[in-house]
Design a protein around this ligand. Sequence first.
Ligand code: HMG
Ligand code: MG
Length: 297
Amino acid sequence: MSDRVSLFEVGPRDGLQNEKETVSTLRKVELIERLVSAGLQKVEATSFVNPKWIPQLADAVEVLEQVRREPGVLYSALVPNLKGLERARQTRMEEVAVFMSSSEAHNKSNINKTIEETFPVLREVVEAARAAGMRVRGYVSTAFGCPYEGEVPLASVTRVTQELFDMGVYEVSIGDTIGVGTPIVVRERFAALAAEFGAERLAGHFHDTRGTGLANVYAALEAGIRTFDSSIGGLGGCPYAPGASGNISTEDVVYMLHGMGIETGVSFEKLIEAGLFMEETLGRTLPSRVLQAMKHT
Ligand code: HMG
Ligand code: MG
C-alpha cells in the first residue's frame, strides 16, 4: 500500500449544509483557516447552490472573499449551474465542483432534474469554468444505494462517471450519500471503477451513517484509491437525502491512516483543535470518535 493519502476536507460545505442554526460567516472563515493551518491542502469551502435550497450556505461569496488564501491550497466549492458559476467567479476560485446522482429519484430531489436533463446543464458549467481557467471536480452521489430507490446498479454509477469525465472533470468523487456501503461491495465497486477510469482519477466520499465509514475507506484503499473526502468532527449530510448523516470524520481517518504509517500531511493536534472549535461553534458534541477520545487523554 503506498504511503500517502490526499484528504479533501468537505466540512465547511457538506459538514455545514445540513445544520439548522445559522453559523456566522466569521466562524466559517475561521474554520477554513484552522483546517488549512492544520495542513489540509484541499478544502471545499462552501456551495454556490440556490440559497433557498441550502440557506446555511447563502453567504458563499462572503466566505470566499473573507478567507485568507494560502498559496498552494486548493479552495473549491459546489456549483450546480451557470448561475452558481457566475457567483463563484466573483471570488477568484481556482476550482469548482459539479455534482449529480447515479439514481433518478435522488437526482430529482436534490437538483430538481432528471439524470438526462442534468448532463447538458453540467456540460455547460464545466466548459465555462474551464474556459475561465478553473479546474472542475465531479461528484457522483448514491453510488452505493439511494434513499428512494434502494440498490443502484454499478452500470448507472459507471455511466454517470463516464459522462462527467467526458465533460472534462479531472477527478470524480464516488459518494456513499446515505452511508449504506459495506467493505466488500466498496472494494469491488472501486476496483471496477478503477479498472475503467484509473484509481488516481477517483476519490471516495463516505458518509458514516451506519458505522461502516472507516472500514469502507480501508476497502477503497485496497482497491488503489488514494484520495478521500472527509469532514471535521464528522459533520455532514445531504438535506435532500432522508437519513443521511455525517461524513467520515477527518480526525478519525487521519488517526487511522497515521497509525497505518500512511502520511496525510495533516497535524493531528491542530485538527483536534479545529474539531473542538466546531463543537464550541455548534454547542454540541460532534460524531468524531477520536475527538471524544482526545478529551480524556
Ligand atoms: P431550481 O429551483 O430548479 O432552479 O433549482 P431554477 O433554475 O428553476 O431557478 C429557480 C430560482 O433559483 C431562480 O431565481 C434562479 O435565479 C435561482 P428566481 O428567478 O426564482 O428569483 N437560482 C440560483 N440562485 C443562486 N445560485 C444558484 C441558483 N440557481 C438557481 N446557483 C438547483 C435547481 C440545482 C439550483 C437547486 O436544486 C439547488 O440549488 N440544489 C442544490 C441542493 C444541494 O445543495 N444539495 C446538497 C449538495 S449535494 C451533496 O451533498 C452530495 C455530495 O456531498 C456527495 C454525496 O454525499 O453523495 C456532493
Ligand atoms: Mg456528501
